[in-house]
Design a protein around this ligand. Sequence first.
Ligand code: FHN
Length: 580
Amino acid sequence: MTCLTRLALLLLAAGFLCAQPSQPPLSDQERLEWFKNDKFGLFIHWGPYSVIGRHEWARHRFQIPQAEYDTYARQFNPVNFNAEEWVKIAKNAGTRYIVITSKHHDGFAIWRSKASDYDMEITPYAGDPLKDLAAAAKKENMRLGFYHSIMDWHHPLYRPKRTWESKTPEAGGDKGRYVDFMKDQIRELLTGYGDVAMMWFDGEWEHTLRDLKRDDEVYDFIRSLQPNTLINDRLYERKPGNKADFGTPEQFVPSTGVTDPSGKPVLWESCVTINTDSWGYNKYETDFKTDRDLIRMLVEVVSKGGNLLLNVGPTPDGRIQPEFQTRLAAMGRWLKTNGEAIYGTTASPFARLPFFGRATVKNNELFLHVFGWPKNRVLRVPGLKNPVFSARLLGSDAPISFKKDNDEVTIQLPESAPHDIASVIALKLDSTPVVVESPIRPDRRTGILELGVESSEIETRFEQRAKKENALGHVFLTRWTRNDDVPTWNLAVPGAGRYRVAISYGKTARPNQDAGEFTITVGAQKLSGKIENTGGDWVFKSFNAGELALTAGTHTLKVSTNVRGVEAMQLEKITLSPVR
Ligand code: FHN
């Protein structure tokens, strides 16, 4: 055997070994375990669009011709990139995994790709950012996954082209050969960058893989290279019911978790930006979610059985801007004290709670995350069948006491909350919580039904804006600038009857602006009214909205408005008083 043949065989063997999965295949249950436990990941969008600094869709939004965009790609030179620093920021934030854009829609590979000439090799940067990040993540036991766009605005074979750059966007190209290319790049990522925690596909809405019937082929291909790598639903479509590992609601928190078409809860992960809606670096974004928003969003997501993938868009030279770092660090500090009520927990057993907060469960402990510390220092938890053995406050030695009457626990709280954003009470039970579902019922004495925002869920479709807030003893819906966001209550009345409906809100009228209308809907009944100026956003006033006739049993009540772009109102509550 000649030396050349021997060398060829050696190289072949090395290549074969490289392609071997790094771990033996786990069962589905074992493979998904870490995702169910880790709850919180860091999303990173980074590439030539960061050089432009105006959102990752800059090439499309500003119709930048390919040749001009390539000048930005050639300038991509992250001289201040420090992979270990990024992993430290992620770890200090309490995130347990990182997902970074290997290739976004612009088609640029932020690694040294042999399959493409549109990669880091055309930049002045001598390194391979993904190699460095994989090494730094491994060192810190931080899982690393890759976001990979199916849609590709650069590759000559991808179709459709952008309509602003081609009069015949579907003409030419070769989608089949493009998918072969995409598989070549996936192979590079799955054989050269260590254990890949997940492949996070995106840009699926032009249905390249579905139309070619090659989505399952790519799924199997990934499994053949790394059998334990998780795969998100966007390899198929952005909705449950396919064989992907988890769903990906974007920029919103599903009102009651995510279920498949049969109603079975499925794994899901909300991906969210810290700013308003730029995933890639945008130097013009000045509106950032607060620590408060982000900690409460994490609690809400986990209380509904999901994960939160929170995004940063680093600067072109490789820095994570301070507005992101300070918020991530605040989340990490909260998690240092309260992480046991987040990591490894399962969803709240309650469809809703009578206080402003959320619940999570782990083993025999029920964690109550209290956002609005009750002024009377009493917290009621109705509908809990289990005996309660003990109660403790996370992060505080302050004594708390409790008593249980039938299915209701009443907890006596200390004067001040351990954390003004969310304080956690852990109730030790005899086993996992057993609860009696309790829609909101009329007060036994007065017959009045009070629907406070704290016990609503916000139904939305995409890019939720409305969020619950508390101040001055009020809990209200704020940032309600999109009428896709609809606060919703489930209630029950023991007998048929008529109810006078009042709506309470704060509203600062703006000059020359029609304040719009609200509509309260229960089944086919609708009550509408003009939104009035109350003299201030936090000046809450009650307005009569009309009457409803309710049959005995459960009902869903929704409040919507016809307002978009400005805050409709600071909605506080809906009150139904029986008409004698
Ligand atoms: O178009 C992308 C967008 O740029 C960003 O990557 C988000 C993050 O999930 N996904 C797509 C929009 O749904």
